[in-house]
Design a protein around this ligand. Structure first.
Ligand code: 4AD
Ligand code: MG
Length: 432
């Protein structure tokens, strides 16, 4: 008997196969047992008919507990009534290991309880669907950047620099020196762009932010492309093409997961239309003021209600361009005709999901950058390698960072970023 994964059913219809699985749920009468099974690739039904199997097989099936692991043998059949489309007509069940009193039952549980049991919660169909979408976004990311001849480069996690400001750094000892967990690989990606032209990274980043919101993680994964000989306008085009590509691939490859989550696919389709709208920071402030927001002044950063209002004024993700210099990091290129703003953009997701991309054109002038480093109170010795990039063949270059979990949260249409990562690190949670 061949051992297969249920996801491969269409190649095995009519065959008798063996599948390693767990019992997610069970319904049985005197004559028939319906096992809701999951083998890691999908959730599916196994049917055991008393009159068609040896009595001990039926008794074993009837007495299975939630999350008992089993080897089920039977015939793969098409099942047009289920969304998954296939089921297995079971002829034998072998228990691999018993499970008793599984803590997560089909009833409702509170979030804290579920978060304490994250190691088990991941087995549920909803979490499974979210992780499938996360996986697809990662897969499509590699696809997109490979198609466009970007080289994947891995920046370090232990660093001496603070690209996004010094307030939210995780400090650690590096023998007798201080080091920080990376809050962005960008500065290293700029070095890599000067070596390889177009590069992207994908890795964990850390922010010791004391923010307890639906959008903030302490540890999150970022995709950071960086492009030599590229101005901001071209970078924005890459960004919108990339995000539309992610949405399209999730639509193409995660239909089942989207259905499990109840995500409206028609709405998602509208996010694949290009270009995405652009609005300047100045105009965004004016838009907010005109609509009764008197809690924000030019020069201040947007809060989540502001971002949501701006996003709701458009039907697609929207770029907000050229923020005030004072609220953005030291490395951004100054605007050619205005001293008070920089050449940057954030992409704000629709439906209130907030900022998913932050990016900019980078300053190319050595003297300007040195001044910025000093003005931001950074130690210029630690940035001398970065300044070298402006000494030896400096070129216009731009890049951006896409937050993976925020993007998953938005595309999956879920409420909280904590469900978009397998083991979230949150303000008050480093367990499990
Ligand atoms: O806007 P940020 O801070 O930009 C950078 O780090 C740049 N150095 C990126 C670059 O240009 N290479 O972060 C980029 C994105 C945000 O738009 C958001 O999606 C995500 O990272 N992000 C977070 N996601 C979850 N939890 C947090 N605490 C996040 N902080 C930022
Ligand atoms: Mg940002």
């Amino acid at each position: 008997m061949e051992q297969i994964q249920i996801i491969d059913s269409k190649n095995h219809v009519g065959e008798t196969v063996t599948i390693g699985a767990w019992v997610a749920n069970k319904r049985s009468s005197g004559k028939i047992a319906f096992l809701q099974l999951r083998d890691g690739t999908a959730f599916f039904q196994g049917v055991v008919v008393k009159s068609e199997v040896p009595e001990e097989v039926f008794q074993t099936a009837k007495n299975l507990h939630q999350e008992t692991s089993v080897l089920v043998t039977g015939e793969i059949r098409e099942d047009s009534r289920s969304k998954f489309g296939y089921e297995i007509g079971i002829t034998n069940v072998e228990v691999v290991s018993e499970s008793h009193d599984y803590p997560i039952t089909p009833k409702e549980h509170g979030t804290d309880f579920l978060m304490d049991h994250r190691h088990l919660w991941l087995r549920s169909s909803r979490q499974h669907a979210i992780m499938q979408i996360r996986n697809e976004i990662i897969r499509a990311t590699y696809d997109f950047f490979n198609q466009h001849h970007f080289v994947k480069i891995d920046p370090p996690i232990l660093t001496g620099s603070a690209p996004e400001g010094t307030t939210d750094l995780f400090e650690t000892n590096y023998f007798d020196q201080k080091a920080y967990l990376s809050q962005s690989g960008q500065l290293y990606m700029e070095a890599a762009a000067m070596a390889f032209g177009k590069v992207f990274s994908f890795g964990p980043t850390f922010r010791a932010e004391k923010s307890k919101t639906r959008r903030h993680l302490i540890e999150f994964w970022m995709i950071e492309p960086e492009m030599a000989f590229t101005h901001q306008e071209e970078s924005l085009e890459v960004q919108e093409q990339y995000v539309a590509f992610l949405v399209q691939n999730v639509l193409d490859h995660c239909e089942y997961a989207l259905d499990v989550l109840g995500r409206d696919k028609e709405v998602l389709k509208t996010y694949t239309k290009l270009p995405f709208p652009r609005i300047t920071y100045d105009d965004a402030i004016e838009l907010l003021k005109k609509n009764g927001f008197d809690d924000i002044e030019w020069g201040e950063d947007f809060g989540s209600p502001h971002e949501t209002f701006i996003a709701n004024s458009f039907e697609q993700p929207v770029f907000i361009l050229n923020y005030p210099k004072a609220i953005k990091p030291f490395y951004m290129k100054p605007h050619p005709t205005r001293e008070d703003v920089v050449i940057c953009a954030d992409m704000i997701a629709p439906e209130g999901y907030g900022e998913i991309i932050g990016g900019s054109e980078r300053a190319t002038d050595y003297d300007f950058l040195l001044e910025q480093i000093r003005d931001h109170g950074l130690d210029e010795k630690e940035y001398s390698w970065y300044l070298d990039l402006r000494k030896y063949g400096s070129v216009p270059h731009s890049g951006f960072g896409l937050g993976l979990e925020r993007t998953v949260t938005w595309i999956a249409g879920i409420d909280h970023v904590r469900e978009a990562i397998p083991f979230p690190r949150l303000l008050n949670r480093i367990y499990p």
